[in-house]
Design a protein around this ligand. Structure first.
Ligand SMILES: [Zn+2]
Length: 97
């Protein structure tokens, strides 16, 4: 799994210019910005890394561990719904626990 973008509040960094037109990718990264805001930024990164390492120890597989991170599950499951952030409930990633 190659990440095509990264969200570091309040910015979204994309690996290629063309990705700017990729509404689904942008939506994915915006979902991460919302998650970060909700967790007051720094705790988001801490939980993200701990969650990743926990999954990595279970699977010893980067792709699987990455996809199992709660924040990524929420983002991947809803990135195609461009209206998602308008109706999203707070702490929605907890549903993936
Ligand atoms: Zn993501």
């Amino acid at each position: 799994m190659r990440r095509r973008g990264i969200a570091i509040f309040p910015f979204i960094f994309l690996h290629e210019k063309a990705a700017k037109k990729d509404a689904v990718l942008l939506n994915h990264e915006k979902i991460h910005l919302r998650q970060q805001l909700e967790l007051l930024i720094l705790p988001f990164y801490l939980i993200y890394v701990v969650n990743y390492l926990y999954e990595l120890i279970q699977t010893w597989n980067h792709d699987q561990a990455y996809r199992k991170i709660l924040f990524e599950q929420e983002a991947y499951n809803n990135e195609s719904d461009l209206e998602y952030l308008k109706k999203r409930k707070r702490f929605a990633y907890l549903y993936y626990l």
